[in-house]
Design a protein around this ligand. Sequence first.
Ligand SMILES: Nc1ncnc2c1ncn2[C@@H]1O[C@H](COP(=O)(O)OP(=O)(O)O)[C@@H](O)[C@H]1O
Ligand SMILES: [Mg+2]
Ligand SMILES: [Zn+2]
Ligand SMILES: [Zn+2]
Length: 256
Amino acid sequence: MTSQGPMTDCACGLTTGYTLTADDGAWKATPCECVVRCFNCGGSGWVTRDLEGVPFEIRCGVCTFKRGIAARITAAGIAGRYVLGPIEPWSKEQRAVMRWLKSAVIGQKKGAVLAGPAGVGKTQVAVWALWTLLTDHGARVRYRHQRQVFQGLKLAMDGQEGGTAAVILDLTSAPVLLWDELDEPSSEWQRSILAEVFDLRYQAGKQTIVTTNLSEDRIGDVWGYAGPRMLSRLSEWCPIVGMGGPDLRQHKGGER
Ligand SMILES: Nc1ncnc2c1ncn2[C@@H]1O[C@H](COP(=O)(O)OP(=O)(O)O)[C@@H](O)[C@H]1O
Ligand SMILES: [Mg+2]
Ligand SMILES: [Zn+2]
Ligand SMILES: [Zn+2]
């Protein structure tokens, strides 16, 4: 693929500037031909302007934003089994939570802990909020599943020195984090990681969206003796929202 000549074919129909795939488990956005061979800049991302005889380079207004969004989607690591983009609520409970997320979380600083039984659509609405923050607000977001985080840390520990620091930094520095399936840690080491990530994110005021199958009265236990302190922080920064409803894994596309 070269950047010479005008773009001849465009898979996105000159809309988003990327195409989506989820071959290796997570959603990945590949920049479309209309960005790779942008008619305005030829794909370099820069255009030359002339200011009183002096040429200078500015960012291409046609493809720069689209290119950034594609990179952010891939960096987010959203599990491929969740629907991306606008979704229609599948239950009245989901509709209510989406409304609340729209007013209290999306475009605001606040996070949320969505607590409820498996299959009611917690992760799907959380992914919807994450996606909206990414595409409408250009936010740098991360999707991470608790089990996947601990597996990643184990691998990083067995590998080179400093590997775990990079994993933790990724979790603590992301402006928006979706921590999927918060659960009782299975070791004190895991508990200390949970405390570190949530402490640092709280101190930095970073938006954090959590899903959990734990009942509301068991969420604090995740942090052990620090549970009461964490619950008091969560109440302001990341309020717990109970979510019920039917098991949507059996959904056939009718119930509203
Ligand atoms: N509104 C919706 N539109 C499309 N798919 C949905 C919707 N709500 C839930 N799903 C799908 O239903 C299944 C269960 O939802 P999920 O969010 O995983 O539930 P939970 O996290 O509460 O266990 C998932 O496959 C999810 O993608
Ligand atoms: Mg889930
Ligand atoms: Zn395109
Ligand atoms: Zn361009």
